[in-house]
Design a protein around this ligand. Structure first.
Ligand SMILES: [Zn+2]
Length: 178
């Protein structure tokens, strides 16, 4: 890859209101979306992560990129068109909530349909980890974070940790200001 052509986007973190808004449908896939998807891939791989959604880079459009094992792709206006009744629980993290890992219940299998960055129809039947990534990223497009899906006790613990992190950050900033 030509490193000079890489463009890393700023990943928004917990507390940024953009993560809580519903992203808008893309009415027309344009050349700019190909550039955005390329930048989102660079940003996801650099992080590194396995998925990245528009709101996480401040773009309130229904778009996400993913890469699991040797498969990768982009979805625009993704919809879950089928999901298994069976669910499973596994640890989940988020590039926008660094350092936190909690067990989240997700459907074992989902089928996601939408468009790719060239406006072509795409349908991917996913199971296990990839299905989890798809559900996590589509949640981002609705302003939903994985900690919202935790049982009450774990959610409280996660929020306490986030508050402590925020305080730590504030102290560092105050010291830096001196
Ligand atoms: Zn996330």
């Amino acid at each position: 890859m030509d490193r000079s052509a890489m463009a890393l986007l700023n990943i928004r973190t917990f507390g940024d209101p953009v993560l809580r808004q519903r992203a808008q449908e893309v009415t027309r896939v344009e050349r700019a979306h190909r550039r955005l998807v390329a930048d989102m891939f660079d940003t996801m791989r650099d992080a590194p992560g396995v998925g990245l959604a528009g709101p996480q880079v401040g773009v309130l459009q229904r778009i996400f990129v993913w890469e699991v094992d040797d498969r990768h792709g982009a979805f625009i206006n993704p919809r879950i068109t089928a999901r298994s009744e069976e669910t499973y629980v596994d640890d989940e993290g988020c590039l926008s909530i660094p350092g936190l890992l909690y067990p989240v219940e997700r459907s074992v299998a989902v089928t996601v349909e939408g468009l790719d960055e060239r406006g072509r129809e795409v349908s991917v039947a996913a199971e296990g980890h990839l299905a989890r990534v798809f559900q996590h990223e589509i949640d981002h497009l609705d302003g939903v974070l994985f900690i919202d899906r935790l049982p009450e006790d774990l959610r409280r613990e996660a929020l306490r940790t986030l508050r402590r992190q925020a305080l730590g950050l504030a102290e560092t900033r105050a010291r830096g200001a001196l």
